[in-house]
Design a protein around this ligand. Structure first.
Ligand code: NAD
Ligand code: UFG
Length: 338
């Protein structure tokens, strides 16, 4: 049996493929390369000494999916494929709903007709909306995300819950990521955003290699210890290990399961800058700019449910996250195009 990884040529997906191959799983990757790179999979092969089967194609292509499920005996689907740029989603909502929601519908239809009913979905802490209690725990009511990207994640969660209610043969994990960061410790695979990075850590690493002049800190007047936004940054290798644990758990757990994947600790923007400067031995030029619209002051995960039910918790700290992010960026200053 094989594991299908949609979006497996992207940032988190490529680290997932590596972890699966290391655990001796057979892996099929489906990715349309809209934001991923086939080079990442070549590097994964070089690191693991094993190959995933790569299919370049789109999760919205029903014929392709039917052929894929016919050709490969798939036991589980890890569904990472999606568009994720918040600002872009505000400008192009239809593209986001088509890709993220339409894509998930087509994928589930193809799974259903192939009799594959184990799915792990990449959700996000964005589904908590603007909840005022921190830390966020899975029992909180779903919130109102502030942008179309967030709403697409919420809609897919709702659709999957309905699917699980309608047919108890489905086993579905909704994994709510907090802020993934870092890279594989080899420095061979990592995050390679196209254009100007939206996220904090790739922006910092690109400043450090001279691709950007300075970091703009989006507001320093939040009600947080140093005035800058606080988030729960989780090492990408911890995150993928959380998926392995969830995949194993839902094999014996029909229905819908929801787990936060975070560390349970928050760090401010300035904490992150200082941790990076320490890891990389350089100074990051920063200036304080206005708040970014839609940003919340602070949130982090209550990560105890995953620990209790999956026996998983994040093991890597900020130091490793920053050292690994830096190793990847400095050895690949232009990402996979280096
Ligand atoms: P990424 O953009 O690096 O990876 C997504 C991959 O999916 C890319 O390789 C892209 O080419 C592929 N893809 C997109 N649409 C596709 C389609 N229609 N058909 C086939 N392939 C398609 O993003 P990532 O950071 O690795 O995120 C993976 C998942 O995790 C996404 O669903 C994202 O929304 C979710 N997530 C990410 C974060 C984060 O901060 N990185 C946080 C919460 C949730
Ligand atoms: N920040 C800056 N300057 C930058 C980039 C970010 O100061 O150039 C700050 C933000 O204001 C925020 C923190 O750094 O306080 C983290 O911002 P990110 O953009 O890295 O991450 P977000 O928390 O905004 O969003 C992330 C994912 C979303 C996901 C959300 C839910 O990018 O996909 O987490 O947890 F929906």
């Amino acid at each position: 049996m094989s594991i299908l990884v949609t979006g497996g040529a992207g940032y988190i997906g490529s680290h997932m493929v590596l972890a699966l191959l290391e655990k001796r799983f057979e892996v099929v990757v489906l990715d349309n390369l809209s934001n991923g790179s086939a080079v990442s999979l070549e590097r994964v092969a070089e690191l693991t000494g094993r190959d995933a089967t790569f299919i370049e194609g789109d999760i919205r292509d029903r014929e392709l999916l039917d052929a894929l499920f016919q050709r490969h005996a798939i036991s589980d689907v890890l569904h990472f494929a999606g568009l994720k740029a918040v600002g872009e989603s505000v400008e192009q909502p239809l593209r986001y709903f088509d890709n993220n929601v339409g894509g998930a519908v087509t994928l589930c239809q193809a799974m259903q007709s192939a009799g594959v009913r184990r799915l792990v979905f990449s959700s996000s802490a964005t589904v908590y909306g603007e909840a005022e209690v921190v830390p966020y725990h899975e029992g909180l009511p779903l919130g109102v995300p502030t942008n179309p990207y967030g709403r697409s994640k919420l809609m897919v969660e709702e659709m999957l819950r309905d699917l699980g209610r309608a047919d108890c043969r489905w086993s579905i994990a909704l994994l709510r990521y907090f802020n993934p960061a870092g890279a594989h410790p080899s420095g061979r695979i990592g995050e390679d955003p196209q254009g100007i990075p939206n996220n904090l850590v790739p922006f910092i690493t690109q400043v450090a290699v001279g691709r950007r002049e300075a970091l703009s800190v989006f507001g320093n007047d939040y009600p947080t210890p140093d005035g800058t936004g606080v988030r729960d940054y989780i090492h990408v290798m911890d995150l993928v290990e959380g998926h392995l644990a969830a995949m194993q758990a839902i094999a014996e757990r029909p229905g819908i399961s929801v787990w936060n994947l975070g560390t349970g600790r928050g760090y401010s923007v300035l904490d992150m800058v200082h941790a990076f400067e320490k890891a990389a031995g350089c100074t990051i030029p920063c200036h304080v700019g206005p708040r970014r619209s839609g940003d919340l002051a602070q949130y982090w995960a209550d990560a105890t449910k995953a620990e209790r039910e999956l026996g998983w918790r994040a093991r890597r700290g900020l130091e490793a996250m920053m050292a690994d992010a830096w190793r990847w960026q400095v050895s690949n200053p232009a990402g996979y195009a280096s």
